[in-house]
Design a binder for this molecule. Structure first.
Ligand code: PAF
Length: 295
């Protein structure tokens, strides 16, 4: 695996691949790689000849009181993991390389970016859209892979790609979970041992409300209220717990079929997010109802 730190060198490398007729998949990350990221790399390898992974802790997507400075930076460990999983190139730019000037351009998937996580993190999705757009312009990949755990991010980027006619295929990759159901996230490392024991309740609550929607359709609100209360009693501070249609993340109506339940909650100072997508009309519900994580 080659590690490249400049845009010029990366473009040169990709130009050579293109001349040789190779297809390119791209996995953008902020590092501190875990099995969820590796799943993205493995999926990318199955779909394209060459795989570029970027590690860049993007300052424009962090709010002033957020964890930009303390965000875990584990470059050495990440390089070893990417080497082991045979990524072709690690793109590791500096802030000056990515932002040679204070950006004058705003990319805002406006309405969607204000909902859910956007209402508590103003400007966050504009920062994500800007950096992903810049990275796509640098790498010019055939395929972009993003995790479904950040479902709103995935939806924002999907809209940006459509609106700006960016010639790339976007693939969302299923969330990887710990054995107890907790979605893998770099921020899990902030949890104390006691909080780590409680954290899987988020996914259990999602499963419970999903099953209520599947079983009782519109009459799931009391289960949602009960789950919110249990989470609060266990120490979570809930930002939102919403049932949406998966296409545009607006509130689900009773005839919407493709749904996503989304949650964000703070445990101490750590903000965790998770979601599950499901189909109201699923013919085989055993997939959902036998979910091994749902105690
Ligand atoms: O999901 C992330 O790690 C980041 O938001 C991304 C997509 C790499 C943009 O900085």
């Amino acid at each position: 695996m080659q590690t490249i730190t400049t845009i010029k060198a990366l473009r040169g490398c990709i130009r050579q691949w293109r001349q040789a007729g190779y297809s390119v998949a791209f996995v953008p990350t902020m590092g501190n790689l875990h099995a969820g990221h590796i799943q993205l790399v493995e999926t990318a390898k199955q779909k394209a000849d060459k795989v570029v992974v970027s590690i860049f802790v993007n300052p424009t997507q962090f709010g002033v009181n957020e964890d930009f400075n303390s965000y875990p930076r584990t470059e050495q460990q990440d390089q070893t993991a990417l080497q082991e999983h045979s990524a072709d190139v690690l793109f590791l730019p500096s802030i000056a390389e990515m932002y040679p000037q204070l950006p004058q351009t705003v990319i805002s998937v406006s309405e969607l970016s204000k909902l859910h996580c956007g209402s508590n993190r103003p400007g966050h999705f504009d920062g994500v859209a800007l950096v992903v757009c810049k990275l796509l312009n640098i790498v010019l990949p055939d395929l972009l892979l993003l995790g479904e755990k950040d479902f709103q991010q995935l939806t924002v980027i999907r809209n940006m790609i459509t609106d700006l006619n960016i010639p790339v295929e976007l693939q969302g990759v299923t969330t990887v979970r710990e054995a107890d159901g907790l979605a893998l996230s770099s921020r899990n490392g902030y949890l104390t041992d006691a909080q780590r024991l409680v954290a899987p309740m988020l996914f259990q609550a999602l499963c419970c409300v999903r099953d209520a929607v599947l079983t009782h359709s519109d009459n799931y609100h009391h289960v949602l209220a009960e789950q919110k209360l249990s989470l609060q009693q266990a120490g979570f501070e809930i930002d939102y717990f919403n049932l949406c249609r998966s296409s545009d993340l607006l509130p689900a109506k009773s005839d919407d079929q493709h749904l996503v339940l989304m949650i964000a909650a703070k445990l101490g100072s750590t903000r965790l997010i998770d979601n599950i997508c499901f189909n109201r009309q699923a013919t085989d519900r055993t997939d959902y109802l036998n979910n091994k994580y749902y105690a």
